[in-house]
Design a protein around this ligand. Structure first.
Ligand SMILES: NC(=O)c1ccc[n+]([C@@H]2O[C@H](COP(=O)([O-])OP(=O)(O)OC[C@H]3O[C@@H](n4cnc5c(N)ncnc54)[C@H](OP(=O)(O)O)[C@@H]3O)[C@@H](O)[C@H]2O)c1
Length: 320
């Protein structure tokens, strides 16, 4: 099969389009013919510095396609079904092998490109807001990097839950695109002081829940934006800088900082079913998947470079 691979970590140019061996079917797994790859924020970080667990390495968490082979122990999936799949690696390819547990059947009528971009961002945003953020109706949420895929999902889910939604992004143009999804107030964090703006917008109370996929200096502003009993869900390192933060405001305000990792519980019934509900909500038109652009799989390097330019709002897809 053809795949976008790399032999060493580095910038987007390490990605090469090559012939590699077809993946091996697991007894508990399936093989899909990939029709749409959703390039996740973590894919660009893994390319930059993640472990090369296969050689050459095929990066990528998330892709959708049609099942062409089913492992002996799998009883609930069959050839010909359309599924969206998640795995630790292997999405940037014509074929992929995954555990059946991390495949979700795509409802009839839902576009496969939209489906390809649901489980990780929507599942992660849901965990940040509800499982770890314990968001309640009427509370206020701050979504850092609101124009990221996790951010776009978090804005919609928070709004649907009856929250007031504040988000940051690196330009006014990016913030503008978040308004139709439920944004109440945008903060240009390339220019404005986030904590000062949050305090101004909340009459100095602060926010109840922060979704932070950026880390570093942004995480410090997340902590500083918290209300009494506020909760930060730290879920990523999109800022690409080490995280050294002052946590001294947590204890006096009964505040909390939680790390969130979707992968740790993705095999559980709770998370599997929660992701299925997100897929069903998109299929029903109640949640929106924003697709920025598509590239051929052979142009994976250009697609990764475009994502790192921070111009994309929504997912960039690769089509084999
Ligand atoms: N823990 C988990 O389970 C989990 C699950 C999913 C994702 N994640 C993590 O969450 C983060 C976001 O993922 P995603 O898929 O939503 O990413 P994405 O769609 O690619 O968006 C990333 C956004 O981060 C912002 N950003 C801030 N500093 C940046 C920098 N130095 N370089 C590039 N972008 C920067 C950019 O928006 P602005 O330009 O507007 O700032 C960019 O659009 C990633 O770190 C990912 O690994 C973690």
């Amino acid at each position: 099969m053809k795949a976008a691979v790399y032999y060493e970590n580095g910038p987007p140019s390490v990605l090469k389009y090559e012939d590699v061996d077809d993946p091996v079917l697991l007894p508990q797994g399936i093989i899909i013919r990939v029709e749409a790859v959703s390039i996740e924020g973590g894919d660009t970080l893994n390319r930059l510095g993640g472990a090369l667990v296969t050689k050459p390495h095929i990066v990528g968490y998330q892709a959708a396609g049609t099942i062409i082979d089913v492992g002996a122990e799998v009883t609930h999936l069959k050839r010909g079904q359309r599924v969206v799949t998640v795995n630790a690696f292997g999405s940037h390819a014509e074929l992929r092998s995954v555990f059946a547990r991390t495949a979700w059947v795509i409802p009839d009528g839902l576009d496969i490109k939209q489906a390809a971009a649901i489980p990780v961002p929507f599942g992660t945003a849901h965990e940040c807001l509800f499982e770890y953020g314990r968001l309640k109706t009427g509370e206020t949420v701050l979504v850092q990097a609101g124009a990221s895929a996790v951010g776009l999902a978090a804005i919609q889910l928070a709004k649907h839950a009856g929250a007031r939604v504040i988000a940051t992004a690196s330009s006014p143009e990016r913030l503008e695109k978040l308004k139709p999804l439920g944004l109440d107030h945008g903060i240009d964090y390339a220019k404005d002081d986030v904590v000062a703006e949050v305090m101004r917008l909340t009459d100095n109370k602060g926010v109840d829940v922060v979704v932070d996929p950026v880390g570093g200096a942004t995480l410090q502003s997340s902590l500083g934006s918290l209300a009494y009993r506020g909760r930060v869900s730290l879920v990523g390192n999109a800022g690409r800088v080490p995280q050294k933060v002052d946590v001294s405001n947590l204890m006096p305000g009964n505040r909390a900082l939680n790390g969130v990792f979707l992968g740790a519980e993705i095999m559980s019934d709770r998370v599997h079913d929660m992701i299925q509900r997100q897929i069903d909500e998109v299929a029903a038109g109640r949640l929106t998947v924003v697709i920025d652009s598509t590239y051929p799989l052979s142009e994976a390097a250009a697609a990764h470079a475009y994502i790192e330019s921070r111009k994309a709002v929504g997912r960039v897809l690769l089509i084999p």
